[in-house]
Design a protein around this ligand. Structure first.
Ligand SMILES: Cc1cc2nc3c(=O)[nH]c(=O)nc-3n(C[C@H](O)[C@H](O)[C@H](O)COP(=O)(O)OP(=O)(O)OC[C@H]3O[C@@H](n4cnc5c(N)ncnc54)[C@H](O)[C@@H]3O)c2cc1C
Length: 546
């Protein structure tokens, strides 16, 4: 068989087990995703237990939407009249062997993490929401805080099993099926061969990207399905690479009173951490994630009392805060870390040669006049390795920011206008251009008089500017600001769509057109038509129907 061709097989399992539920009470929990996309309705619900049931649902229904945990922030997980297929019953986790694990699509990241913890393994590319299903994270090419060190979901998927819209099943293994040099794949399906043309647009070179179909000369077939947001097939199982040994880590909450210094600090952390990974220096600084919260976020935390609830003192003059994940050699004890902090922070030793000692040295360059100045470390909140309770508090503080914004949106919806909705962006630029993008966010928000908060994954140059709308006019003005951000992100060599995907969100669909042009959207439609000629799967997700 040609290396650009793949033969499908028949589904396993018993199609007669298919049950389509129509009871409204049972459908109701599936009518909305985390974006609270309005107007959700479903023609039925299938809780599939096998490939055959999914294939039967696909062949019997006119439109189908596969869903995972419905934590999508784009409306992609909200049905608009389709039969919903939930993968929640596909929850088996295979044994870990040879650095990989086989999992079904309905396994949550939490369940996978628990299973891997028992054998010491670790699956790093998790989004900030651990309830997400493996199938959903693959469909959206989810990424998260630790992309800087570990990449996105795409980098960890070795094989996929996918039920196609016509009911055939593909087993796709990375490295086995590559596009023809003329730019197509051939899929041998039960009804004949379909030729799938590869789009020719160039993708921005950024560490995370969830912006329509992946496209590259002689690309791997598996990459076409990763990030396709349920529009090309239903993922039933995946083989994932894992890290054999879980790292120990410290979490550090670091408030800054000056943005330029904070950005410089992050740039230094990126630089030295890359060196550490390259040289495998056991004493090197190895940061896997830096999260960012701007001044408005810090104000929200105070307004909500989240700072007190999480036992964190946010200094009054703080302009932003960083939450840094510093990885330490496996097995590093909290006693050892405590000792390092004591030597640096209390005894004022400037050259403690350990990962934490070196990190504190960098912090002192960026932050304090001298490390012997005890006030320096007083402002930094640290969760030592193994201190799960303190780490949970610092993570809860970060999570309290989107929660505070979402609750304000909910209140405005109730009290002011039911059309008010989440108005937020998820953009990425090469880190060197990140300061320019932040300037653009602040300028465009200020010009429109919008209340807004900005937080996210600064180590990737990827943060989420969010409007805190007081009226429908704020939502409309915020959407215009987001289109302006998108043009700026593209101009800076980045992407207006980084990790959440496109879904049904009209602004994100416009941003996708800004990124690839109308031609690029037409090329994606050709892929869709080749695999799903009846436009059955997730219609209206990524782009308008054909
Ligand atoms: C608090 C919070 C924090 C978040 N943080 C992040 C973050 O840091 N990074 C990030 O990337 N995302 C983040 N997200 C968004 C969301 O968690 C991710 O997009 C996640 O990957 C969605 O997984 P899910 O199982 O909920 O999928 P769903 O929301 O159910 O579905 C998402 C899309 O995938 C498709 N799909 C689902 N399952 C399948 C399947 N088996 N086969 C084919 N298609 C399928 C759906 O049709 C839909 O288009 C966050 C969300 C929340 C609520």
């Amino acid at each position: 068989m040609n290396r650009w061709a793949l033969r499908a097989r028949r589904p396993t399992g018993d199609a007669r087990a298919l049950q389509i539920v129509h009871d409204e009470d049972r459908l109701r929990p599936y009518l909305e995703d985390a974006a609270h996309f309005p107007g959700g309705r479903a023609a039925g619900l299938v809780a599939a237990g096998s490939e055959a049931e999914i294939a039967a649902a696909l062949t019997s229904a006119s439109h189908v939407l596969p869903v995972g945990a419905q934590s999508s922030l784009t409306g992609g997980g909200t049905p608009m009249g389709e039969v919903v297929i939930t993968t929640s019953r596909l929850s088996r986790i295979g044994p870990v062997s040879g650095g990989v694990v086989r999992v079904e699509a309905g396994v949550t990241l939490t369940a996978l993490d628990d299973a891997l913890a028992r054998v010491g393994g670790y699956y790093p590319p998790a989004p900030t929401f651990m309830g997400a299903f493996i199938g959903g994270t693959i469909a959206t090419n989810a990424a998260g805080a630790a992309t800087f060190k570990y990449g996105t979901t795409r980098d960890w998927v070795e094989a996929l099993t996918i039920v196609l819209p016509g009911g055939d099943v593909l087993d796709v293994e990375r490295g086995k099926t590559r596009a023809h040099p003329d730019g197509y794949f051939e899929l041998e399906l039960s009804k004949g061969v379909t030729r799938v043309p590869i789009p020719r647009y160039g993708m921005p070179r950024v560490p995370k990207l969830s912006a329509g179909y992946f496209a590259e000369a002689e690309m791997d077939l598996i990459d076409l399905f990763i990030g396709s947001e349920g529009t090309l097939g239903v993922v039933t199982a995946a083989t994932l690479r894992i890290v054999a040994e879980r790292p120990a880590f410290c979490l550090l909450f670091i408030p800054f009173d000056d943005r330029a210094r904070a950005l410089h600090f992050v740039a230094r952390l990126r630089e030295v951490s890359r060196d550490t990974v390259r040289t495998r220096d056991p004493r090197g600084v190895d940061v896997s994630a830096v999260e960012h919260m701007d001044e408005r976020c810090l104000a929200l935390l105070r307004e909500e009392g989240a700072d007190r609830a999480c036992g964190v003192a946010i200094p009054p003059g703080a302009k932003l805060a960083l939450l840094v994940t510093l990885e330490l050699p496996p097995g590093t004890s909290s006693d050892r870390a405590f000792e390092d902090i004591g030597r640096v922070g209390v005894a004022g030793e400037t050259s403690v040669d350990s990962p934490l000692g070196r990190f504190l040295g960098l912090l002192s360059e960026a932050y304090c006049a001298s490390l012997s100045d005890s006030r320096c470390l007083d402002q930094v909140e640290i969760a030592l390795p193994g201190d799960r309770a303190r780490a949970a508090q610092l993570l809860a503080l970060r999570e309290a920011v989107p929660a505070a914004v979402n609750s304000r949106i909910g209140r405005a919806q109730q009290a002011v206008d039911p059309r008010i909705e989440k108005t937020a962006a998820d953009m990425i630029v090469p880190f060197e251009r990140f300061g320019e993008l932040l300037d653009c966010y602040e300028r465009e928000f200020a010009r429109r008089g919008l209340d807004a908060a900005i937080w996210g994954h600064i180590s990737d140059g990827n943060v989420h500017p969010n409007v805190i709308p007081r009226s429908m006019a704020d939502v409309e003005s915020g959407r215009e600001a987001i289109l302006a951000f998108g043009r700026e992100a593209i101009r800076l060599g980045g992407s207006p769509l980084a990790e959440h995907g496109v879904g049904r969100n009209r602004t994100k669909q416009r941003l996708l057109t800004e990124l690839y042009g109308q031609n690029g959207i037409e090329e994606m439609r050709r892929v869709k038509r080749a695999i799903d000629p009846e436009w059955k799967l997730a219609p209206g997700v990524l782009f308008e129907n054909s």
